[in-house]
Design a protein around this ligand. Structure first.
Ligand SMILES: NC(=O)CC[C@H](N)C(=O)O
Length: 239
């Protein structure tokens, strides 16, 4: 009982890094702070070594792959993932965490870690950016539906047995019903029922951008994952 009070500082306020090579770094830092973490940008291996967990923001996964190498971070991030560091990847970050990627240039590599196949730019063929409601009970936390912003986003084509699906897209409430049938209907239909958030162990990935807007629920979910992890580690070392 009293054990809960003895948990190390990291359980209450973990330090979460945001890979700061490209993308919405400031927005992720702000969302992490409002989710109860200390948030720091990460550009160098020494900065990576100092964080409990890492966020990989959106951007361009092929460019991020190259930048990770240019900044000598590709190997170190991969090693931390293998060692169990919690990581949250959004959009291009989701692609970086995927074990398998479709529609990628032949030389694009990923950090990997999540047993899933993602398709790059899957939503982005007709429109670059849109909002879509989700079915995501675990991420919602009983506070109403999440609205997701997608920007040339991937979707998840298939997941392995250890992967938990956390969100799928649903049809917008204003979707036209009835016999009308045109290209827009087909697109809306294509975009519905897609897997857009997953968790595999300590890795979390979303195809959308939860750092846009005021809703920090996805970041809170991630910070809670980091805390759970610290609690588990404490329990292990004390037994
Ligand atoms: N907003 C995003 O992160 C877009 C991802 C981008 N289409 C890619 O393939 O990397």
């Amino acid at each position: 009982m009293a054990q809960a009070l003895d948990l190390p500082a990291v359980t209450s306020r973990p330090t979460v890094g945001v890979l700061a090579l490209q993308g919405d770094v400031r927005e992720h830092l702000a969302a992490l702070v409002s989710a109860g973490a200390d948030a720091v940008p990460v550009r160098r291996p020494a900065e990576l070594a100092a964080v409990d967990a890492l966020v990989l923001p959106g951007g361009e996964s092929t460019t991020m792959d190259k930048l990770l190498r240019a900044f000598d971070l590709f190997g170190p991030v991969r090693e931390r993932i293998a060692a169990g560091m919690p990581v949250f990847g959004s959009c291009a970050g989701m692609i970086l965490l995927a074990d398998r990627v479709l529609d990628r240039p032949a030389d694009q590599q990923t950090l990997g870690g999540i047993d899933m196949t993602v398709r790059r730019n899957a939503f982005g063929r007709q429109v670059d950016s849109f909002e879509q409601p989700l079915r995501a009970p675990r991420l919602e936390g009983g506070e109403g539906p999440l609205h997701a912003v997608f920007i040339r986003a991937p979707w998840v084509e298939e997941v392995g047995p250890g992967v938990e699906v956390l969100a799928t897209t649903v049809a917008p409430a204003h979707a036209p019903a009835g016999p009308r049938h045109d290209v827009a209907d087909d697109e809306a239909h294509e975009r519905t029922g897609r897997i857009v958030a997953v968790r595999h162990g300590r890795l979390l990935a979303t195809a959308f951008h939860p750092e846009i807007g005021e809703d920090a629920r996805v970041h809170r979910f991630f910070v809670n994952m980091v805390r759970e992890d610290a609690v588990a580690a404490t329990q292990q070392s004390s037994t």
